[in-house]
Ligand binder design. Structure first.
Ligand code: ADP
Ligand code: ZN
Ligand code: ZN
Length: 668
């Protein structure tokens, strides 16, 4: 009898498969690729996925253990999703066992049967399907729709570069229509902040078919039911955030990634994948088109379009007759500010409010004040575990660290000199609200930040009230920057536009530009064009000028030239090796050893570091990193493949937490 050995992906951080013997008398198909099995692993039992069969094991035959139980009669992971996982394991150099586990709903990871189960009935308002909602496309939209429709049976990446309000969503909807008519399924990926009830309703109202939303409000049972509906082909449209890219879809015909530049598509811990890039690979595997949409595409995406790898489709105008907002820079050098607000801005607010229009102030800093400072000696309250300033929150009357969970009481006296001279310095959203109440006592103010929207439904309630005109002044952090459209907002002010000028991250300018244009996109409607005001100490900065006068494309090509000159992505390919530990000598020892191994590998690529991370300590752990930089992607990949097994063997790795991040989007 020939012995068949099962090659299993087991959820451990080890970058390898594990071999097991099948159950005796198990029917052949019972151990098909993609089926879950329960296996003994060290002293535990884990649930793995069959990835293949082999006749020769990696270990001696007498050491092979036997599978304990086969959990499925048919594969839970389809061929294309398995292939996607294999590609990711190879590209991100991560453990295949964790990647395939990541691709499954939690209940399946826990070994629950792959069957729909009962859920508490929830009243979901399903708007009536209304084909009359379909708009007549303008000529630019028609071109966009026609281009994608002409490529429905081939792999092709489209970049839909359309200013905010240009009708990108209408383009998606009409392309989707064509795909549904062909009997196929559509996957729509949106940023975390973009999966709002409004977005879901807009899709539900348009199609007489089931639209599944994979949002964070689902219970694990509801999530599994949704997953099964997608896998069976019963659900035709699936809208979800990052992890929805792994949804099994037997008739997948189109993928859409909305706001493709958004940071939330990149997973920042554990398996560090980029959902947009995975989506492109999935489209490639399935030989279908994918549309990346944004008003402010990532520079990497712009570059790929310039190179002809992606097909570029542009919607340069707002849809209908709506005008783009006008931009105004307010020079605040030498101006007396009232808690961050210039007289010019206060005056403009007055004018817009007097006309019964809404005003939106954008400040990306929650809390009351970012610093508590001693006026006598200069001492400031730091988080003991992060070496970062603690933020004063008036609502809780406490100091909060925004980098770890740490909170503390507000000290009465300075801990350095003992004087009662502590002052709140700087302005956060809470403080802005306070000062505006004083200036505009007759107007209702709504504040939208993380502190204010944590309770379930509170965000929706705020948004509904804003749409209904109950609030006149809106204050928000970046939560307010995306996805929503407030037609009666005619003035948007960026209270502090200087942040991007100081950051050490080479992507800071790109981020700043994206944020400014996204914020600007919240305002204005047909008969009332919006006005965007920006307060800055750098009113003459050439990049700001380009952003507001020549629009994003020019801004992006200037930044791309700078990246080329500095040999930074997309003109180079980078990876970060991060390490952290409670003692900094352990971090340094591990990274130094890793670097020595890397240098010995004999590749000509840049290895920079070890250097402290931009945030050198977080939650008590010291953090440092090595930056790897190569001209060719393939070169970096080969290098990583060669050196990682050696790095895994470094004895001092047990004293640190370390990780590899291929194509990092944030350097912290
Ligand atoms: P985007 O997704 O690019 O921000 P939307 O698709 O949300 O833009 O469209 C912005 C606004 O313009 C919406 O109110 C939408 O109803 C309207 N709109 C879109 N396309 C058209 C069109 N062809 N004619 C008239 N109005 C349109
Ligand atoms: Zn002091
Ligand atoms: Zn902290």
């Amino acid at each position: 009898m020939h012995m068949k050995i099962l090659r299993i992906a087991v959820p451990t951080p080890l970058r390898q498969y594990f071999d097991y013997l099948p159950l005796e008398n198990a029917a052949e198909q019972a151990c098909a690729v993609g089926v879950r099995v329960r296996v003994p692993f060290q002293r535990r039992e884990l649930i793995g996925i069959v990835m293949g069969h082999t006749l020769t094991a990696d270990v001696a035959p007498e050491r092979l253990k036997t599978v304990l139980e086969v959990l499925d009669t048919e594969p839970v992971l389809s061929g294309d999703v398995l292939q996607l996982c294999l590609w990711a394991a190879d590209y991100y150099h991560d453990a295949i066992g964790e990647i395939v586990a990541n691709a499954l709903p939690v209940l399946l990871r826990q070994g629950k049967p792959c069957q729909p189960g009962r859920t508490k009935k929830r009243i979901e308002e399903i708007p009536a399907f209304d084909p009359a909602l379909q708009l007549n496309l303008n000529p630019e939209q028609q071109v966009a729709v026609a281009q994608v429709q002409a490529a429905l049976d081939v792999f092709q990446v489209f970049l839909l570069d359309g200013v905010t309000g240009s009708g990108k969503t209408e383009v998606y909807l009409q392309v989707i229509q064509a795909v549904l008519q062909a009997g196929k399924q559509v996957l729509v990926l949106v940023p975390e902040i973009g999966l709002t009830p409004q977005t879901i309703q807009r899709f539900r109202a348009r199609f007489a078919t089931s639209v599944l939303a994979l949002h964070s409000g689902l219970t694990e049972r509801e999530r599994l039911n949704a997953w099964i509906a997608a896998k069976s082909g019963q659900a035709q449209i699936i809208i979800g955030t990052r992890s929805a890219v792994f949804t099994p879809l037997p008739h997948l015909g189109l993928i859409i990634v909305d706001e493709e530049h958004d940071l939330s598509f990149k997973q920042q811990d554990g398996f560090r994948y980029h959902a947009r890039d995975m989506a492109i690979m999935r489209a490639h595997l399935n030989k279908i088109p994918i549309v990346l949409g944004s008003a402010t595409p990532a520079l990497e995406t712009m570059f790929n379009a310039q190179q002809g790898k992606f097909r570029y489709v542009c919607l340069p105008h707002r849809a209908g007759n709506a005008l783009l907002p006008t931009f105004h820079v307010v020079d605040i050098r030498n101006q007396t500010l009232e808690q961050g607000l210039s007289p010019t801005l206060l005056q403009m607010m007055q004018e817009h409010l007097a006309r019964d229009e809404q005003v939106m102030l954008f400040l990306n800093r929650r809390g009351y004040a970012p610093v508590l400072l001693c006026h006598a000696c200069g001492w400031m309250v730091d988080c003991k575990r992060c070496d970062m300033r603690m933020t004063y929150h008036k609502s809780t009357a406490r100091l909060h660290c925004h980098h770890c969970e740490m909170q503390k009481k507000i000290p009465v006296v300075c801990e350095a000199c003992g004087e009662k001279t502590l002052q709140a310095v700087g302005v956060g959203t809470e403080r802005l609200e306070d000062v505006l109440k004083k200036y505009f006592p007759k107007h209702s103010i709504a504040r939208i930040d993380r502190d204010n929207t944590q309770r379930k439904g509170s965000m929706e309630k705020l948004l509904t009230n804003i749409q209904a005109g109950l609030h006149h002044i809106l204050i928000g952090t970046q939560m307010l920057a995306k996805g929503h459209h407030f037609p009666n907002v005619t003035l948007v002010a960026i209270v502090d536009a200087d942040g991007g000028f100081f950051s050490s991250d080479f992507r800071a300018f790109e981020r700043m530009g994206q944020l400014l244009l996204q914020v600007a996109g919240r305002a204005g409607r047909v008969n009332k064009p919006g006005k965007v005001v920006m307060q800055t100490h750098h009113p003459d900065h050439p990049l700001l000028f380009q952003l507001f006068n020549d629009r994003y494309q020019q801004f992006a090509s200037t930044l791309l030239q700078e990246r080329a000159a500095a040999c930074l992505p997309p003109y180079a390919h980078i990876a970060l090796v991060r390490a952290e530990a409670f003692e900094d000598k352990h971090v340094l020892a591990f990274l130094t050893e890793a670097k020595t191994l890397m240098q010995a590998a004999g590749f000509s690529l840049q290895i920079l570091g070890p250097v402290p991370a931009p945030m050198p300590r977080r939650a008590g752990r010291y953090r440092a990193q090595l930056l790897l930089q190569a001209k060719q992607r393939a070169h970096l990949q080969q290098f990583l493949k060669q050196v990682l097994p050696d790095i895994e063997k470094i004895p001092s790795k047990h004293r640190v937490r370390w990780s590899l991040d291929v194509d990092p989007v944030e350097m912290f």
